[in-house]
Write a protein that binds this ligand. Sequence first.
Ligand code: G3P
Length: 220
Amino acid sequence: MRLFLDTANIDEIREINRWGVLSGVTTNPTLVAREGQDPDEVWKVILEEVGGDVSLEVTASEADEMYAQGKELAKKAANAVVKLPMTPDGLSAGKRLVSDGIKINVTLCFSPAQAILAAEIGAYIMSPFLGRLDDAAADGMHVLKEICDIYAVQGYETQVLAASLRHPMHVVQAAQLGADIATMPYDVFAKLVKHPLTDRGLEQFNADWQGLQQHLKEGS
Ligand code: G3P
């Protein structure tokens, strides 16, 4: 399962990229707006920093305008993936972009039925929002399982990107269910690496090593 950061903040991206585990980035209008800068500049820096897929979302709501925006976004870099919402217009524009050879990510997906539609237009990625399903008193992981099962049975090549992940166990469960990609905010990424026993073990190793150095110094 590939790990993506769900952010438009370049400092967060650089930090996780440094770990060697970052395969891509997802952005959306809210995340870009949070940076308070020219979106083109924000996307440019991210596209240069990240080797893998970077999702850039259209903001138009009508199919022709979405298509035109998508064409422009795709021109920004070879690793740009055009993100479109799961609406009739999003599907229509997405299908045209796919026909032009452009990679698309269909976002704001909340059901297996929507996942089938995304696969049928040949989307490169479709993004079910698991945390937001949980927020609505539904079972996000169950929906993810249904989508992964359907894609396996049907042999769909569209990649399932588990989005709106809120904690490390969301990431673990998404991997167990067979998601192709998990995207998460920086704080969830940071929690993946932490374990109290790692910290305690390292402290002990360092203390014992220092003890040996001291012992050798005193003996020489
Ligand atoms: O990638 C989708 C993500 O941005 C949604 O996450 O936490 O706003 O539900 P959240």
